[in-house]
Write a protein of this length. Structure first.
Length: 95
């Protein structure tokens, strides 16, 4: 029997630098969170957000944000449709 994943819906960590994903994932795990997906590709991040319905997306909106069709903008539009608990430079929390 496998251990329950915490939180129930995954946390999606998006960064173009692998070490940033590793560091943040380790920090989250050290605080008891086990359901974490890492992604370096912005298009894949949107795909994962659609298919996995994360409860939290952590990303650098200065890197992935911006106007138009950028991944940050795409995730923000998705957040607005789903209902956002909070948003900031580091992430979007889906309700």
């Amino acid at each position: 029997m496998s251990a329950a994943l915490i939180p129930e819906r995954p946390i999606l960590v998006v960064d173009d630098e692998e070490q940033a994903i590793v560091d943040l994932t380790e920090k989250l795990r050290s605080n008891g969170l086990t359901n974490i997906l890492g992604c370096r590709n912005a298009a894949r991040a949107i795909e994962l957000a659609r298919s996995q319905e994360p409860c939290l997306v952590l990303l650098d909106l200065l890197r992935f944000g911006g106007a138009g069709s950028s991944p940050g903008a795409g995730l923000q539009r998705r957040a607005e449709r789903l209902g956002v608990w909070g948003a900031g430079l580091l992430g979007l929390v889906f309700a």
